[in-house]
Design a protein around this ligand. Structure first.
Ligand code: NG6
Ligand code: CA
Length: 511
């Protein structure tokens, strides 16, 4: 009798336990990060754009939390993506700078990542779109399975381009394999030397439908000269104008195939990075040339993604995070009317600088969280960085994992608290600055004040710069001399995080 009772109690307890586990897994929300490439703070309607229409991004912003002080960690792509996925500041890793398409993976396979953490909590994890974190561990043979890559740092599924749209190889990879490659026509890639007999942007301008302005004069594919050389792999080469449809199709498919379990999708759009190649359906839609059209196309992709989640009945069980990896640039190496057709549109909004810059436009991003029925619409001025996603999403998923650079700010992310970070380090092409409260301090850096090729102010000056962003969002008034105490306090905090030793400040060469 006693035994039976004990057994029944045990069974009931086990059943309750199993049910509870099922329950937790069932109530974990899906998480989708939509990550644009080079979209500026002022490039979306919800952030002040008027001529450029982005109704779908605006739908997320107006129905969720629209952050006004949401940052990427860096003013370029690779470091920002590194921090987003690992929760580690990119300046801690010397490899975390703009990578060639042939670079090895810069995330250690033993390192904690957002997908790894979520996988441990029962999530299915997928990445679709731009990667740019390196692949393999040495010289890559593109005709074999390439590893380590996204699958080895926590993604169950990966459909990616290796680096950027303007870099070779111009192919997609699915779970480590170049998609659509035929054995008879192997793909080879080199970043130093061309392959004999292969045309280049430099030697064969007549083969280019898009003209290069600086850099971008190596191998030509689809009439577009790229950075890096490649040969062969013809059956696998992408069509730039179809890229957003391809990625969107894979993202939709991923959602449909994994809707039964909690899933994490990192959907990394390629727009509006160069070369800007909107599909014919979007050509001319913005009146601002390819850059504007590519943003309209990206916005449409966001709309299709929302529709897919809605159709699958997942909108109320999915947290969507929308942001961008770095600030805007007009001429990033191709002649594509971005400058000429800009008119009064302000890609950086009221901010100074842009991509590559230590000024605000480099790293202050459109940053939106949306969760139908759970997040109440609001504007949040709380300071938050993409590096905080790891610890914050861990909290959401019931994981104990925390990474020290990544602050747990789940309530800020969900809009129920305005208490964000106290301070953060900002980075641009290996130089760093400090944002603390409403202040920014930029240490002295040699190097040109403006990069002439891209026409962007980089933030370099021979003396300390100190700005009060509340009063001077455009960073016009350097208060370093008139507020010496504040400056000293900022330097102390900065050195406390960054150290006082000589920092490697190798600056990006943009010829
Ligand atoms: C630069 C490229 C630029 C862009 C950038 C990476 C030149 C002259 N410029 O080196 O066009 O590709 O790298 O952009 O080659 S990012 O958004 O991926 O960081
Ligand atoms: Ca970028």
């Amino acid at each position: 009798m006693k035994n039976t009772l004990l057994a029944t109690t045990c069974l009931a307890a086990i059943a309750a336990c199993t049910d509870a586990k099922k329950e937790t897994v069932a109530t974990l929300p899906n998480i989708v990060i939509v990550y644009a490439d080079d979209l500026g703070y002022g490039d979306a309607g919800a952030y002040g754009a008027t001529r450029l229409k982005t109704p779908n991004i605006d739908q997320l912003a107006n129905g969720g939390v629209r952050f006004t002080n949401g940052y990427s960690t860096s003013a370029t792509c690779t470091p920002s993506r590194y921090a987003l996925l690992t929760g580690v500041y990119p300046w801690r890793n010397e490899e975390a700078k703009i990578l060639p398409g042939s670079a090895p993976l810069i995330i250690d396979t033993a390192q904690m990542t957002v997908p790894k953490m979520l996988k441990e909590k029962g999530y299915h994890t997928g990445v679709v779109g731009k990667w740019h974190l390196g692949l393999g561990s040495g010289i890559v043979d593109w005709n074999k399975k390439i590893s380590p890559g996204p699958n080895e740092i926590g993604f169950d599924y990966a459909y990616i381009m290796a680096a950027t749209q303007d870099r070779t190889p111009t192919v997609f990879l699915e779970n480590g394999w170049v998609a659509g490659l035929e054995k008879e026509d192997p793909l080879v890639v080199d970043y130093e030397n061309n392959f004999e007999g292969e045309p280049t942007g430099l030697a064969n301008p007549e083969l280019c439908k898009m003209k290069w302005h600086h850099g971008h004069n190596n191998s030509i594919h689809n009439g577009i000269p790229r950075i890096g050389f490649q040969k062969g792999g013809k059956s696998a080469l992408w069509v730039d104008e179809d890229m957003s449809d391809t990625f969107l199709g894979k993202a939709k498919q991923y959602i449909q195939e994994n809707k039964g379990k909690p899933f994490f999708l990192y959907y990394a759009l390629q727009q509006p990075h160069v070369p800007r190649t909107p599909n014919q359906r979007f050509v001319g839609t913005s009146g601002m040339g390819p850059r504007g059209d590519a943003i309209v196309e990206a916005d449409w992709c966001v709309g299709e993604l929302i529709k897919t989640l809605e159709k699958e009945g997942l909108l109320e069980s999915t947290l969507i995070i929308f942001s961008s990896d770095n600030g805007p640039v007009l001429n990033d190496g191709y002649i594509d009317e971005a400058v000429e057709k800009l008119g009064d549109h302000k890609p950086a909004g009221p901010l100074r600088g842009g991509k590559y810059s230590l000024f605000e436009a480099g790293t202050r991003m459109p940053f939106i969280t949306y969760w139908k029925g759970r997040i109440e619409p609001k504007v949040s001025d709380a300071l938050i960085s993409q590096v905080d996603l790891l610890s914050s999403l861990a909290k959401l998923a019931g994981s104990e994992i925390r990474v020290s650079d990544s602050q747990e700010l789940l309530n800020v992310l969900l809009g129920s608290s305005q208490h964000g970070r106290e301070e953060m380090i900002l980075e641009a092409t290996s130089r760093t600055a400090l944002r603390k409260g409403e202040w920014v301090m930029i240490p002295p850096y040699s190097g040109p004040a403006t990069n002439q090729s891209v026409n962007i102010e980089l933030g370099n000056a021979p003396q300390y710069q100190l700005y009060n962003l509340k009063e001077d969002i455009g960073q016009q008034k350097n208060l370093a001399e008139s507020a010496p105490e504040k400056l000293q306090e900022m330097i102390k905090t900065y050195e406390g995080i960054r150290g006082t030793g000589t920092q490697k400040i190798e600056q990006l060469e943009l010829k």
